[in-house]
Design a protein. Structure first.
Length: 411
């Protein structure tokens, strides 16, 4: 047993670097400890000094000294890191004051030699100003070019507004073959959406590309101009008013099948009278067996039979209540008069594809005057799986975050 108390204070201080668990592990098999001693580190250290054999005590003190050295190194490293941060802060402030005395060229050289610093408040304001300028209404403003009819960015495409009489070589915009539906201004073919002012000398919005093409020598029109065989005209009223089923009845080819999935825009939108404004959904298309569909058609007789609609359209309505008839009618109705007028216009104006069709009065009479075909009603399916409504309505930002933002509460 070790009964000597020589240098006991130094040994007690040294052993205090070890935890109780470490002391018990290092002296396992050499010294026994009662539960009372194990639960009090001060008594444990005193017990170790009094009952540990000299060799084991020396080894234990060596382990304590080794741990003390490691902790000293860690403390020195933390102190050095904190001092380095303070020094960098002082150097940064001194560098800014010094750079303000230099010329712009010398200041730039001085800054490149320093460690990267946080931007100055003035630089941050300039960054914000550039960001606001790049995303403002003026920066993202768009307009239609009167020469090429493209929707252009006013800034990115460098759109200019100039009188037609001042436009260089505007004679190149005179079409070689005129059409009754052309919009001509002083004989030039232009897009009305890009024209302002009086017809005698209208103001034309023109993109930089078209303007540069007009400035080039030669007689050819600008590459993207309507005069360069790119004019297709407005969609005629006879085709604008066609519902989706009516479009399929006047179509010559059926390359896709269309799947409609409809559901209320909001889960609580259960009132039937508001569904017209509150419906939303998506349409998926899939390739179709053209040979099987072609076998249902009768030569060149148009319009197609209503039975073909059941092979081209699928409709699923997801809700706990019934889909109102008013909504079905406004979306999927077929009108015999509208279909007949559309076919007559296509036969007269699109002779390449519709010139040899035969408009069958029998097929026209088989259509409703203004109603949803039975073939479509039979394929409308209703689903009560309202969980999918929540999935479709999920936003990137949780609703509770949106509400708290509007109320002004902190996140």
């Amino acid at each position: 047993m070790n009964t000597s108390n020589e240098h006991a204070p130094d040994k007690v201080a040294m052993l205090s670097y070890l935890t109780v668990k470490e002391i018990l592990a290092l002296l396992r098999g050499h010294v026994t400890f009662s539960n009372h001693v194990r639960n009090n580190k001060q008594q444990l250290v005193q017990h170790v000094l009094e009952h540990t054999p000299p060799q084991q005590l020396q080894d234990l003190l060596g382990q304590a000294q080794l741990k003390q050295g490691k902790e000293a190194k860690k403390a020195a490293s933390r102190h050095s890191s904190q001092k380095r941060k303070r020094d960098l802060s002082v150097e940064s402030e001194a560098g800014r004051q010094k750079a303000s005395k230099f010329s712009p060229e010398e200041s730039h050289i001085e800054e490149t030699l320093q460690f990267p610093q946080l931007p100055w408040p003035a630089e941050m304001k300039r960054c914000y100003a550039r960001f606001y300028a790049a995303t403002s209404n003026e920066a993202v403003k768009i307009c239609v070019c009167g020469v090429c009819a493209r929707e252009c960015s006013v800034i990115a495409d460098r759109v200019m507004a100039m009188p037609l009489t001042l436009m260089p070589n505007s004679c190149r915009l005179i079409p070689s073959v005129k059409h009754a539906a052309h919009h001509l201004y002083r004989g030039r073919l232009l897009e009305p959406a890009g024209i302002m002012g009086e017809e005698t000398d209208p103001i034309v919005s023109i993109c930089h590309e078209c303007l540069e093409d007009l400035k080039k020598p030669g007689n050819s029109p600008p590459k993207m101009s309507l005069t360069n065989s790119l004019w297709i005209g407005d969609i005629p009223w006879q085709l604008q008013v066609l519902t989706f089923p009516e479009q399929l009845l006047v179509a010559l080819l059926y390359p896709r099948v269309y799947v409609f999935k409809l559901f209320p825009k909001q889960q609580g939108a259960a009132r039937h009278e508001t569904l017209q404004q509150a419906m939303r959904g998506n349409v998926s298309t899939y390739e179709l067996n053209m040979d099987a569909i072609a076998s249902m058609l009768e030569g060149k007789l148009m319009p197609g039979p209503p039975s073909i609609l059941a092979s081209l359209i699928l409709v699923t309505f997801v809700a706990v209540h019934d889909l109102p008839w008013k909504w079905i009618h406004s979306t999927f109705r077929v009108r015999c008069r509208v279909v007949a007028e559309a076919l007559c216009w296509l036969k007269e104006n699109n002779s390449k594809y519709y010139g040899d069709i035969d408009i069958s009065p029998t097929h026209i009479d088989s259509l409703h005057e203004d109603d949803v075909p039975e073939e479509l009603i039979s394929i409308i399916r209703k689903s009560d799986n309202i969980a999918s409504i929540d999935e479709e309505n999920d936003a990137y930002v949780p609703e509770e975050d949106i509400e708290s933002e509007w109320k002004g509460t902190p996140q």
